[in-house]
Design a protein around this ligand. Structure first.
Ligand SMILES: [Zn+2]
Length: 309
């Protein structure tokens, strides 16, 4: 992008932010006190979504964010140990276990309980990873490290935002910095970290293979692709990179850092019926990216129209 276009785009962004007024919240942070706008509305796969409804779907009620979801095996050596709306995944290996997403610090005890209920030891968590630097996914990192001694690893681009998550004044632990495409291996399981920025600078989509029956399945643990209220030129560029990248990743088992992103409740009900593994859902692999990309395009359109383009 040349300088002139950059300047013009910045002017559009600033003017759009001013035009949209109080409904706009600048920056990346979760808008905890201020719900996002109830427009634009997009229809994807027969369901209507607005920025407000997507956030509500992701977070649920305060009780949903903290109540234990029944811990269960997803596929192979991969298990669910999170709450009703905030995902936490456990990967069990012969050399110890990997946890992805500590969620809120107040959920750590619940995660511990879920790990133990599945018959595993919480203290066997050797590596702690995350999807992105927001409190609802990684606030509990310091406490989990304190309790288990796990090594914490984070995508370089998310490090500044993670450093700012300091519950009770505790420093955020980052033992190793990762870069796009880097792998994390423990006990024969390899996870690949894909940089899929937009929602945060270092938003990380994790892929791994899991074995069930006589074949391997590609597991995709998605990072949130929910666009912020205001799309800066940098954020637009990041999403334009991330949407096609996520679509290109091999996927049989789509998962996400919020359970609604992969319809956990519906799939868990099927799991209990004892049908074939409902988490093997290649058709569902683009479900979340379809919703978020449609919303991103609609927001961009709205933002540009607000300044008469
Ligand atoms: Zn987030």
């Amino acid at each position: 992008m040349n300088d002139k276009i950059t300047r013009v785009t910045q002017v559009i962004f600033i003017t759009a932010a001013a035009a949209l007024g109080s409904s706009v919240s600048l920056g990346w942070a979760q808008t905890a006190n201020q719900p996002p706008a109830d427009h634009p509305e997009v229809t994807v796969h027969g369901h209507k979504f607005t920025p407000r409804s997507i956030l509500a779907r992701n977070m649920g009620t305060p009780e949903d964010q903290t109540a234990q979801f029944p811990p269960h095996k997803i596929i192979g050596n991969l298990y669910y140990v999170g709450t009703r709306t905030l995902s936490s995944f456990l990967i069990v290996t012969s050399q110890g276990n990997i946890l992805i997403n500590s969620t809120y610090e107040r959920n750590v005890q619940t995660i511990e309980k879920s790990v133990e209920q599945l018959g595993f030891k919480f203290s066997d968590i050797k590596i702690l990873l995350g999807t992105h630097a927001h409190s609802d996914h990684q606030e509990g990192d310091a406490l989990i490290k304190q309790l288990t001694g796990a090594q914490t690893m984070a995508m370089a681009e998310d490090v500044p935002a993670l450093r700012a998550i300091t519950p009770g004044g505790t420093e955020h632990p980052i033992d190793k910095t990762l870069h796009d495409g880097e792998t994390v291996t423990l006990g024969g399981t390899t996870l690949t970290a894909h940089l899929t920025p937009g929602h945060t600078r270092g938003c990380t989509t994790w892929t791994m293979q899991a074995r069930e029956g006589d074949r391997n399945y590609n597991v995709l643990i998605g990072c949130s692709l929910r666009p912020p209220a205001t799309l800066t030129p940098e954020v637009v560029a990041e999403f334009n990179h991330s949407f096609p990248l996520v679509r290109s990743l091999a996927c049989d088992v789509p998962l996400g850092d919020h359970t609604a992103q992969y319809n956990l409740e519906e799939k868990y009900a099927k799991l209990r019926e004892g049908a074939r593994n409902p988490f093997i859902d290649p058709d569902g692999c683009t479900y979340e990216v379809d919703i978020e990309e449609a919303m991103f395009r609609a927001l961009l359109d709205e933002q540009q129209k607000a300044v008469g383009h």
